[in-house]
Design a protein around this ligand. Sequence first.
Ligand code: G3H
Ligand code: 13P
Ligand code: ZN
Length: 309
Amino acid sequence: MALVTTKEMFAKALNDDYAVGAFNVNNMEIIQGIMDAAALENAPLILQVSAGARKYAKPVYLLKLVEAAIEDTGLDLALHLDHGEDFDICKSCVDGGFTSVMIDGSKHPFEENIALTKQVVEYAHDHGVVVEAELGKLAGVEDNIKVDARSATFTDPEEAAEFVEKTGVDSLAIAIGTSHGAYKFKGEPYLDFERLKTIHSLIPDTPLVLHGASTVLKEFVDRCNEYGGEIPGAQGVPEDMIRESTKWGICKVNIDTDLRLAMTAEIRRVLTETPAEFDPRKYLGPGRDAITRMVQHKIKNVLNASNKR
Ligand code: G3H
Ligand code: 13P
Ligand code: ZN
């Protein structure tokens, strides 16, 4: 039982129709909720930490909590930096015990993204750490009015092949129509599967990563709406689209919004039904259990990753 890189888990996922869930963590209850689900489903697992999570919880707390979770459950997992924006944060995570980092140079011009990614790859590989990079931009819902305008920011397949060759990156996050948060589509959900297939055919040995992959489960949106925290119009990626993407090289599926919704919906319910409650364990505990149920559902029915450990 240890922190491992994603190398072996991606090699297995690439040759099979499933993906490894990469879940964002910010505190103890979220980590415990996810770990319990992965243990119950005997599934491979990536826990990922954003710059915001590091700021909120402090890096050392998150690292120690993850180490404790490994000791407690006996599960191997990868600890990953999500959306590292420069070399320094990636270096800090490599030095601080992470086994995987993302350098997100997607906002930079192509050649700059290559140079930045290469710099991180060289440092990380020297220290036994793997690297995810991003090419193309995830669209916001405001860009969803015209599919044509939106797809202009999607990952270009030829560029993806050149990028992987020139950087030596271990995995690549691509833009095919998903976006971060609870509002992914205004109309019909649309993912560019033809583009995904072309990318996968050009770089068949490169594990691909789908960001913005929360499905925004109706159960939790309804509960938030019912208990006074309305999020009207929330819409996630349909479950069957995530499943489909795992056939075409998607090996890592990023999930944060679904965790936030599951936990918050349950806490809202508890506090609404028992307004005199003020013991944090009485609402954080059910919040943690809601995460376990949601993550189990994902692993089993969306990622197809049960018993793939
Ligand atoms: O892609 C972003 C993740 O959902 C992390 O969000 O920066 O608010 O922690 P955050
Ligand atoms: P969601 O907002 O869809 O959960 O995406 C999370 C993500 O991509 C983290 O990098
Ligand atoms: Zn992301």
